[in-house]
Ligand binder design. Sequence first.
Ligand code: GDP
Length: 300
Amino acid sequence: MRVLVTGGSGLIGSEMKYGLKPRSKDYDLTSIVDVYRMMLDYKPEAIIHTAARVGGVGANMNYPADFCRDNLFMNSNIIDVAYRYGVKKLICYLSTCVFPDDVIYPLNEDKIHLGPPHFSNAPYAYAKRMADTMIQAYNKQYNTAYFSVIPTNVYGPNDNYHLENAHVIPALIHKVYLAKQNNTDLVVWGSGKPLREFIFSRDVAQITSLLLEKYEHTKPVIISTSYEVSIKEIVETICDIFNFKNRIIFDTSKPDGQYRKPSDNSYLKQIIGDFQFTSLRDGLQETITHFEKNYNTIRK
Ligand code: GDP
């Protein structure tokens, strides 16, 4: 099967060991003209759509219009053009921030639309919800067999390490690296109390391949370890790997974001069976090694 991976050089896409990977400099996925051209050039039978405008809580609050527009345009272009070209399978990535802020935990695949998402990333969350709404509509009207996956907080080597706009793990790796070099204290955003379920990018890529092979339905699938850790534990593990000994200051004037968003991975396990997830320590170690080795060329 000819599989096309969008976002092929990104955090998850770069861990896909197969697939055609058009570059974003050649095709702007927010442009329907470019998406048509990409489809003509590559003629895929399946699409794994990982491309998105993504960022941490800071970026989501500073650039709400960009997050809403770019994701709405990209997703609707990909879904519509895939259907028009007769693409057989399409997997689209959502995110756990699509879930309502006020909801009974754990999150599962039936709770996406039960209430408004958290205010800190609502424009992004609504754009991602619409991708699944559109997929379900196309499946119903046009008989396609497309589906969404919902990974929890993904981290891994090929991330964006921007100090202000990145997600928490890459931002903290960069901050600890600089604090160590400059012999300063480390300033962490928020209270350190929020809990997140982190998953290694390679695990997400491998699970996606299993789903592409085995999954025959169209209901979204949560991809998670269902294992929560606090931001404070993440900070301590990163500091430990760097052997960083200076003070750690929690700056509570910065946003905490959602307090927690625990998820239920039992549907995923029903489909793929047991999966050996990469431990947080091993994943962080590999990510930090990659970061240090490629400091001059990584996205930051
Ligand atoms: P979220 O799951 O969408 O909220 O994604 P983030 O990756 O932005 O994680 C946000 C959590 O990490 C919040 O509780 C922040 O307060 C905390 N955090 C601590 N330091 C940082 C940082 O340097 N960057 C980001 N993005 N979050 C940080």
